[in-house]
Design a protein around this ligand. Sequence first.
Ligand code: RIB
Ligand code: CA
Length: 324
Amino acid sequence: MKKIIIDCDPGIDDSLAIMLALNSPEVEVLGITVVAGNSPVELGFDNAKRILSFLGRLDVPVYVGADRPREREYVNALDTHGEDGLGESFLPKVEGQEIPEESAVSFMRRTLKSGDVSVVALGPLTNLAELIDEDRDAFLSIKRLVSMGGNFRSHGNCSPVAEYNYWEDPHSARVVFETLFENHRKLEMVGLDVTRQIVLTPKILLSMKKINPKVGEFVEKITDFYFKFHWEWEHIRGCVINDPLAVAQFIDPDILKGFEAYTDVEIGGISMGQTVVDSMGFYRKESNAVIYTEVDKRAFWEMFLTRLLKVKPKEIETVLKEIN
Ligand code: RIB
Ligand code: CA
């Protein structure tokens, strides 16, 4: 089993990503670290516990990290994820689950030292930048770093050119990309170019409810608000579920295709948070990122649906046929 830490800001799609990871036999989730992003960090902690409780996996430890970005003012995304950060499902708080004394960065430091642990980052990179500040070697011990964030040719979702995770904390994103460059390492950037192709539609959700009512109804409960948001703002009938694709790519590296490039993050001005991807090599710098641009949608949905619904591929064949 591949050992991972999920660093996230639950968040509706973060929650679906946690559900995929904990239904996947290939990965062992050593812990979840929460960062301020979609939700304020303590709400994100509570939401992670709500998801773990639904999955019967409260054995997975959850740690609290940064409560604000490295330099900017904190801007949440509750307009997208609902006032409870979980689609206004208003699930009850899980009792007896206190915030641990140990911080997210401390947990990361001691866990990553083995060199056999990867990180799937689904929120702003604030915790990872703090880890670099405190223990660069621990950060460089990360086996694989897969980050949902950024964009290459796809338009932004927080400005014409910036994606939320890197827009909310561009300084931390730059620290991470720079540190990787300085140490001849790369992260795998699962950006909007590929995640926008992963749309949970009403039809897929209906099939989920028919195949596994318990899971399907839970997913409906936490995504209903998200459906309405997408229709109102992007006139999409469905919702783009970004974060599960990063988990899927970690599990099956063939789901996404892309290219290596030197990438930096703009930290100010009109294009703050933009990932500047040097696909043509203008800067003549060694690449520090794999930028994904193509996705095998059928492979993603087969993985996502069979694992969340706990069924074999043949039982979702009718749904997969509709995936174009
Ligand atoms: O821009 C989409 C990303 O920002 C997703 O990870 C979403 O959960 C938010 O964190
Ligand atoms: Ca997220």
